[in-house]
Design a protein around this ligand. Structure first.
Ligand code: ZN
Length: 682
């Protein structure tokens, strides 16, 4: 249990480019026993799906992860020295990224120890405990593991977004097999109709496969792909449903179970509609195939679960935003044709995360807005949550690490110290509630992922950020009492411009360009506004002591520029203008200014702060009496490795290699030097 805020350990360790943090849950003790019990069962359901994301990210991730865990559990030799710590660091990086590709850049990272050392480790582990896939000999297994881990030319990129390349063929995420981009796009285009007013999210829960000239989907459900994990999720959902807080919550769980059992996306939409209407329970959760960033074409959803409870005090602070959704829509600086005429209730809550697994853990978002289906959002609204305790943990851990002083001018530093946390929370709220929820497609225009294709995520994030930036300095904020000073909006502008032009570049290796949608979006906005604003010196880059800083001289003028760009970006989305989307993203969002990048990397290196952070999750411990839960208490572990090993021991339902019917093909394609001809059945 934690003491008070000062004594709580926010950061436990740092390795490679990663910091491991912890977050606290405030107010769990005050929940009713019914709510705590519900939370506990949903927590267990959340753990069960963890293996899925590893396999979705790359078909050999489970093979590698289990091999590493097996060594940690059974290696009897010397556990000291630099090779052993390199080995542990590699294992931690794999856990952090849910696989062998970097969670952010999606590039494969290589072990910092030698193949010989790895062979030594394997040699001392009893063969009987090694995770050798069925049908493979020990020799073949070892060859495969070594080639996958150490070969710098093999399976190098999880999600490739480079224009002009076959994005499917050059990405190794496990959503496609034996198929190219053109075939995949044609397959889904044939399944979608522009005049369908309630289109299902085609492909969300499947892998697309071409075998013997035939293209088909392998669907994730109880008796399909990932069935073993899904059946366990369903088992816990069955237990949880009895402790639901509302009839709607129970109905939505029943629909979710139906979806998991059938794999039918219509059920998923029905579930989403029930879920979005159910706004009253204090404890709520997401569990499913949700975000599509891990698929270069944006069809297939990565599995994730997030369990959270409402933070009543913080929520009421921001209630004014969701209550004013129509006012915001009316005042958007975009063509009235692209505005929503009826604004459905947008529910915004600040929540305390209780646990996260899958795609959203250990690296966590700070805000979530679901469901993703555009037509459900337009007709039934969306639920938007800001992860208050995650934001607090980031903030607490990064206080006084020197990055503020390094990248901001003194006046900006002062403003951010006083108003930064508020600005960032307000930005998140506006981005999620008003941003993603606003605007509409013109009738007859297909969904953005069909029209804007690989640019759709970047355009959508840019739209949401621009809405937030446009309104955050609006006098309405003060009028509604949402913020108490015009300085809050200015702090948001400072940190957005500095972030987009300088600070975020610490996340990208020297010589690389931007790939990730949120990074592309931030640079797109910041560099477009910078280019427009420099003529009148509304915003400029200044050099001080050989360091580059961004200075905004006229905040009102910069606001107008955000509004102008928003008008363009909204038109692109509403009309499905692929050409303009491509031009805008490629011109402003992809290429990095080499000189600035090198400078930023050098400045960051001196600070010695890992650019990425993620979390150890709290543990829910039930206190039972005669097989009935009498209470649930929260424990805060402080060892990342121990938590990962614990997860591996309690939830490892999936086979080492999933999708058995195709593993024979996979193995033949990637035959390693020792040449094995394995035919895997089953
Ligand atoms: Zn967003």
């Amino acid at each position: 249990m934690y003491m008070n805020q000062q004594d709580f350990i926010w950061q436990t360790e740092q390795f490679a480019d990663i910091r491991i943090l912890r977050y606290r849950i405030e107010g769990f003790e005050q929940l009713s026993l019914r709510e705590k019990t519900f939370a506990y069962y949903i927590y267990r359901a959340a753990l069960e799906g963890r293996d899925i994301i590893y396999d979705q990210n790359y078909k050999y991730n489970l093979l590698i992860r289990r091999t590493l865990e097996c060594i940690i559990n059974h290696f009897q030799g010397d556990r000291t020295g630099s090779s052993w710590s390199s080995f542990l660091e590699y294992a931690k990086r794999v856990w952090f990224s849910n696989g062998i590709h970097h969670h952010y850049s999606t590039e494969k990272f290589l072990p910092g120890f030698s193949i010989n050392y790895f062979r030594e480790l394997l040699a001392v582990v009893p063969q009987s405990v090694m995770p050798v896939p069925d049908g493979m000999t020990m020799l073949e297994y070892v060859d495969l593991v070594i080639d996958v881990m150490f070969n710098p030319d093999r399976d190098t990129k999880r999600v490739n977004q480079e224009a002009g390349k076959d994005l499917v063929a050059t990405s190794v995420c496990n959503y496609y097999e034996g198929i190219n981009q053109q075939e995949a796009e044609a397959y889904y285009a044939a399944l979608t109709h522009a005049d369908d007013t309630e289109p299902t999210s085609t492909g969300l829960n499947s892998k697309l496969i071409k075998s013997q000239g035939k293209i088909f989907e392998k669907v994730y459900h109880s008796d399909g792909m990932y069935g073993k994990a899904i059946r366990r999720i369903v088992m816990w959902l069955h237990k949880a449903r009895h402790f639901a807080s509302t009839v709607l919550q129970q109905q939505s769980i029943d629909k979710l179970i139906e979806f998991y059992e059938s794999g039918n996306l219509k059920s998923f939409d029905e579930y989403s509609i029930l879920w979005v209407q159910d706004t009253s329970p204090a404890v709520d959760f997401v569990n499913g195939f949700i975000e599509v960033y891990g698929d270069p074409l944006g069809f297939h959803g990565a599995w994730q679960s997030m369990l959270y409870m409402r933070d009543e005090a913080a929520t009421s602070q921001f209630a004014a935003i969701s209550n004013q959704a129509s006012w915001f829509e009316e005042n958007l600086p975009v063509d009235p044709l692209f505005k929503r005429t009826e604004v459905e209730g947008v529910s915004f809550k600040v929540v305390q995360v209780i646990t996260e697994t899958g795609d959203c853990s250990p690296s966590s978002p700070i805000g979530v807005n679901l469901p993703n289906a555009d037509w459900i959002r337009a007709r039934h609204g969306s639920k938007s949550v800001s992860l208050g305790n995650i934001e607090d943990a980031y903030e607490q851990a990064s206080r006084q690490n020197g990055s503020l002083e390094e990248f901001y001018l003194p006046a900006q530093q002062k403003r951010i110290r006083e108003h930064g946390l508020k600005a960032s929370k307000l930005h998140t709220a506006l981005h999620e509630v008003i941003g993603h929820g606003s605007g509409r497609l013109l009738p007859g225009v297909a969904t953005p992922k069909e029209t804007l294709k690989s640019y759709s995520n970047t355009i959508e994030e840019a739209r949401a950020d621009l809405v937030a930036l446009f309104f955050i300095t609006d006098p309405k904020m003060l009028e509604l009492g949402i913020c108490d000073s015009p300085e809050t909006g200015k702090a948001a502008y400072d940190s957005f411009m500095v972030g987009g032009l300088l600070r975020q570049l610490v996340r990208v290796d020297s010589g690389c360009q931007l790939e990730e949608a949120h990074m592309r979006n931030r640079q797109l906005i910041a560099s477009w506004v910078f280019e427009q604003g420099r003529k009148n010196k509304d915003v400029e880059m200044i050099i001080k002591d050989g360091k580059t800083f961004v200075q905004i001289n006229d905040y009102e003028a910069v606001r107008k520029l955000f509004g102008a760009l928003l008008s363009t970006v909204q038109r692109i989305k509403s009309t499905g203008d692929y050409k303009s989307a491509a031009a805008l993203v490629e011109e402003y969002g992809v290429q990095v200014n080499r000189n600035i990048h090198e400078e930023v990397l050098a400045r960051w290196k001196k600070l010695g702060i890992a650019p990425f952070a993620g979390f150890i999750n709290p543990v829910l411990v039930p206190e039972t009496q005669e097989q009935t839960i009498r209470d649930v208490v929260i424990v805060y572990p402080d060892d990342f490795l121990a938590q990962m090993m614990h997860y591996a021991s309690v939830c490892a339902a999936l086979p080492i290699i999933n999708d058995r019917s195709f593993s024979a093909i996979i193995l033949h394609q990637h035959r390693s030097p020792s040449s094995f001809f394995v035919s895997l059945q089953g």
